[in-house]
Design a protein around this ligand. Sequence first.
Ligand SMILES: NC(=O)c1ccc[n+]([C@@H]2O[C@H](COP(=O)([O-])OP(=O)(O)OC[C@H]3O[C@@H](n4cnc5c(N)ncnc54)[C@H](OP(=O)(O)O)[C@@H]3O)[C@@H](O)[C@H]2O)c1
Length: 352
Amino acid sequence: MAEQVWILGATGRIGRTVAAGLTEHGIEAVRVGRSPEAMPAGSLVVRDMAEIAAEIARRRPAVVVNAVGGYAATALTVARAGLPGGTHYLDAANDLIAVPRLLAAHAEAAAAGSTLVTGAGFGVLATEAVVAELTEGRPAPSRVRVDALASVALEPGVLGSGYATTMVDALVAGGRRIRGGQLVKSRLAANPRTLTLPDGATVKSAEVASGELLAVAAPDVSVTSSLAPASPAVRAVLPVLSSLLAIPAVRRFAIARLAALPIKAAPRPRPHSWGHAVVEWPDGVTREGWLRAGDGMDYTAAVLTRAAVRLLDGGIEPGAFTPAAAFGAGLAEAAGGTFLLDGDRQGRIAST
Ligand SMILES: NC(=O)c1ccc[n+]([C@@H]2O[C@H](COP(=O)([O-])OP(=O)(O)OC[C@H]3O[C@@H](n4cnc5c(N)ncnc54)[C@H](OP(=O)(O)O)[C@@H]3O)[C@@H](O)[C@H]2O)c1
């Protein structure tokens, strides 16, 4: 039992890919889910998240990979269920409720000998790792801007309640940035911009309130995402939309309608996903870097897989961390990413 990795949400897109990746590494991956007809023999069938937490406490797997989503509601409960058994925990949360909540469990995780890692996906790692590379061996920067520019192929089906809830809650929460070392409110989708990627493609992005803000130690931090609404028409109606969605009945209605939205299969819009960072120091020095990855969903699954392997190998400090803080920026490369830092970007692009 001790070396098992449990995959929660094993019938989902991320969970399926992580389970397959771990099996390729020769690791015993136990699929955990509530839909027995969709899981192979030997999977652990549960009714709900409460039963998952109880089973973790009882059977003490070595590592739990939480690919269920809805992290704000259940991530900490699931992670805590494993602490008495020293179980390690990974998730791909990237919101400003789940990420700080898990990080706040640092002392109890350290005391239990468990490592809890949140944001172990394209977000947070793709930008956190670039900042870690750019700032290594240097004093603390004064300002950091990161851009999370995922490119994702769509699978046919419906949008699903997880994404629908995330989208609606993001609209209600509005924008955030860090100013003077404090998390402060800002306008949702502020500072829209068009970025030219190292491969020559362009992509629009705008500021978002996401977990990446908490993975960077600087007094002035902002995060943009290519998933933020960047068009002037949509941005103009955001404040009204945000107020409307704050009404509980409207929120429930909007989530139900969005969750049932049919999604057609579509290839990813750009060949690569990119994490990007611009770091400034008080003396005026500025550095810029990129992380190039493939499909953002596949990359997220690869990050979780590699992180689980590293936890099984041992030697990772106990406590609660973002991914590069736990494993180093090298995790971003181990998962298939390539750094392009400062002036070497043309040279490295040309050699690929
Ligand atoms: N940080 C990043 O960059 C990043 C990137 C990609 C995804 N993500 C996050 O990763 C999570 C998973 O994404 P996905 O695309 O794989 O989602 P998905 O395809 O919708 O899969 C969700 C899985 O969770 C299960 N599930 C949902 N609610 C459950 C509940 N109450 N109890 C037990 N199982 C439950 C589903 O089981 P059923 O089949 O039984 O419904 C399914 O197996 C999402 O939160 C997503 O936001 C993060």
